[in-house]
Write a protein that binds this ligand. Structure first.
Ligand code: G3I
Length: 305
C-alpha cells in the first residue's frame, strides 16, 4: 500500500493523526490528512475547557469541524478526552467534593451522549497517575473527590455511548519497569476483575532523548493486552531526524504489529511545524509537507507486517 492508512488496514489496524481545527483551511495540511490517515483525534477541541467553557453550556463548534471533516472522508475518530486534571475550564478548576464529582460526571455524560455513535474510542480519563516512584494516583481536584472517580467516569461513559471503546490514556507508561506503568497495570487488572467497563489502554508515546523508546516497549503493550484490553499508541511523536529517528519509528510500529490487540497508531500531528514540540522535528512530514525518512520507515514496516 502507498499510504499509512491503507498500509495499516492490511492488518486490520488504523493509522491516525491529531488534527487542529485551526489548520483545516491549510490545503497542504488537509491534502496530507485526507490522503494518509484513516483515524483522527482532535488535538485540543474535545477537551473539557473547549466543550464546556461555562458550566452547563456546551460548545462543539471546533470539535464538530474536525468530526465532520473526518466523517466526510470516511475516517474514524478517537475522542480525547472526557476527564482530565488539566485543561479544565476555569469554573471547574476551583471546584471540589460532590459538586466537582457531579460536574465531571455530567460533563462525561453530556459529551459522550452528544457524540454517541460517532466515536471509535474515547480517552475517558487522561493522565491520572503520578510520575516518579510511587506508582499511585496523581494529586488533583478530581482525585480528591475520591479514588473511585475514574471508574465512575468509565461507567458514565459506557451508559452514554455503549458502542464506543473506552480507554485509559497516559504518558511515561511505556517502560514496563516503571512504577507508573505498574500502577496503571494494577488499575486495569482491578477494573477487569470487578467488571468496570474498560476496553483499551492508550500509550501516548511522546519520545525524545530524555524519554527514549524503551527496550521493553513491546513487552509493555503485550502485558496490558494480556489483561483483556486493546492497546493503542495514541499520541506518537519521536524527536530527532534522519536514520536515527526513522529507526525509532520503525521499532514502535513493529512493536504494535507484533501485538495482536494493538489496534492502531496515532501520531500527534502531521508536519513538524504542526507539533507541540516543533523544535524537536518529531513527526513524519517536514514543514513543507514532504515525507521524511521516518515516514518511509513506518510505511515499510506497516507493509511488511
Ligand atoms: O488557541 C490559543 C491561542 O488563541 C493563544 O493565543 C495561545 C497563547 O498561548 O494559546 C492557544 O492555545 C494553546 C493550544 O495548545 C492551541 O495551540 C494553549 O495555550 C496550549 O496550552 C495548548 O497546548 C496543547 C496541550 O495539549 C495543552 O495541554 C497542545 O496543543 C496539545 O498538543 C497538547 O496535547 C497533549 C494531549 O492532550 C495529552 N497528552 C500530552 C499532549 C502534549 O502535551
Amino acid at each position: 500500500a502507498t499510504t499509512l492508512g491503507a498500509a495499516a488496514q492490511q492488518s486490520g489496524r488504523y493509522f491516525g493523526t491529531a488534527v487542529a481545527a485551526g489548520r483545516l483551511g491549510d490545503s497542504t495540511y488537509v491534502g496530507i490528512l485526507n490522503r494518509e490517515f484513516d483515524m483522527v483525534t482532535a488535538e485540543n477541541e474535545m477537551k473539557m475547557d473547549a466543550t464546556e467553557p461555562n458550566q452547563g453550556q456546551f460548545s462543539y463548534g471546533n470539535a464538530d469541524r474536525i468530526v465532520n471533516q473526518a466523517r466526510n472522508q470516511g475516517k474514524r475518530i478517537r475522542g480525547h478526552a472526557l476527564a482530565w486534571h488539566s485543561q479544565q475550564p476555569g469554573w471547574m478548576q476551583n471546584m471540589s467534593g460532590t459538586a466537582l464529582r457531579n460536574a465531571m460526571l455530567n460533563h462525561v455524560t453530556q459529551v459522550a451522549t452528544y457524540y454517541r455513535g460517532k466515536i471509535y474510542a474515547w480517552d475517558v480519563v487522561n493522565e491520572a497517575f503520578a510520575d516518579g516512584s510511587s506508582g499511585g494516583r496523581r494529586d488533583s481536584n478530581l482525585q480528591r473527590t475520591g479514588n473511585d472517580w475514574i471508574e465512575a467516569a468509565f461507567r458514565a461513559a459506557r451508559a452514554a455511548d455503549p458502542g464506543a471503546k473506552l480507554c485509559y490514556n497516559d504518558y511515561n507508561t511505556d517502560d514496563w519497569s516503571h512504577a507508573k506503568t505498574q500502577g496503571v497495570y494494577r488499575m486495569v487488572q482491578d477494573f477487569k476483575s470487578r467488571g468496570v467497563p474498560i476496553d483499551c489502554v492508550g500509550f501516548q508515546s511522546h519520545f525524545n532523548a530524555q524519554s527514549p523508546v524503551p527496550s521493553n516497549y513491546q513487552t509493555t503493550l503485550q502485558n496490558f493486552a494480556n489483561l483483556g484490553v486493546d492497546v493503542q499508541i495514541t499520541e506518537l511523536d519521536i524527536e530527532g531526524s534522519g536514520s536515527a529517528q526513522a529507526s525509532n519509528y520503525d521499532r514502535v510500529t513493529r512493536a504494535c504489529l507484533a501485538v495482536t490487540r494493538c489496534t492502531g497508531i496515532t501520531v500527534w500531528g502531521i508536519r513538524d511545524t504542526d507539533s507541540w514540540r516543533a523544535s524537536g522535528t518529531p513527526l513524519l512530514f517536514d514543514g513543507n509537507g514532504n515525507k521524511k525518512a521516518a515516514y518511509t520507515s513506518v510505511l515499510n514496516a506497516l507493509n511488511a507486517g
